[in-house]
Ligand binder design. Sequence first.
Ligand code: ZN
Length: 321
Amino acid sequence: MSDPTRDLIFPTPVFHEKIWGGRKLADDFGYQIPDGAIGECWAISAHPNGDCPIERGAWAGTHLSELWEQHRELFGGAEGDRFPLLVKIIDARESLSVQVHPDDAYAAEHENGSLGKRECWYVLDADPDTKITIGQRAHDRAELARMIEEGRWGELLNRVPCHAGDFFPIEPGTMHAIEGGTLILETQQSSDVTYRVYDFDRVGADGKPRPLHIEQSLDVVDYDMKAPESGEVTAPEVDGVTELMECPNFVVERVRVSGEKDLEQTWPFLCASVIEGAGTACADAAGQTHEVARGTHFLAPSGCGTLRLSGDMTLIVSRLP
Ligand code: ZN
C-alpha cells in the first residue's frame, strides 16, 4: 500500500540578501536566487521570516508552518507552537558580525516569547587559511564590557582554523562569527534572535552602521564556557553514520551513502540535506523514488517507513532528541 501523504516532503528554499553574502548559492548549488549578495538559503524552515513553501507532492500549495499547524501527525504529534528546527546554508563571502544568541529563558522574557538559539555549523567549504571565531576570553561581565569598549577584539575572541568537514556546536552565550570565504550548513533552533557585538565598523545598504546590542550581549554571554581549539570531527563513524551533536534541542548526524543505505525512520520526523554527491531517496510507505543531489533538502515525516537511500552521497540529518 502506498500512501502519498507519507512521502518525503521537499520544501522550497527561501533566500535572504545579506551585506556579507555572495553568489555561491547559485554558482555552487544551482539554486535560482535573486540578484545581489545572497547570504542565506533557509532550506528547511517554518519561521515567519522565511516559511518554506511546499510546491510538489501531496502537500503542494501549503507552507511548512501550515503542515506543522494542521497536520501534526506528519511530525509524530511532536509538541510545540512552532516547528522547532531551521536548516540553512550560509555563503559568507565576507565575515558575518561577531554575535551571540540568548537561551530560551532569556529570549522568552526579552524577545516576545521567541525561542533562544542554539546552532551548529558543518563546514561545506572554506578558502585556504580561513578561520572561524568561536568563544571569548573575558571572565566576567565587567571585563567583557571593558574589552568591547577598548576594541580589544584580537585578545577577546577565540579564532580557530576552519576546513571543509569541520563541525562547530554554538551554544547560546558563545560569541561567534563565520569569517569570509566559508560555506556552511547550519542546523539551529527556529529563532532569528541575534545580538550583534561587533560589525567591523561596516555600514549597511542604507549607508548606516547596523545596530549593535551590547547590553543584551553582556547579559547572555556564558563567562564559564571553554572555547574549542578545533572543529575536527572525532566521533566514530558507525555503518556510515557519525553523530555530530546531541543536545536538548536536536541531534545532528552525518550519513554517508555508498551504494544502498536504509535508515529506520522511527523518530517524529527527520530533516535531511544532501551536501555531497547524488542518488535517490525513497520512503517505504509512499513507494516513490526521488532523485536527490547536493543542495536537495527534504523532510522524512512520521510513518514514512524505512528511508531507502541509494547512490554515492553525504547527508546531514537532524531530528529532535
Ligand atoms: Zn549565530
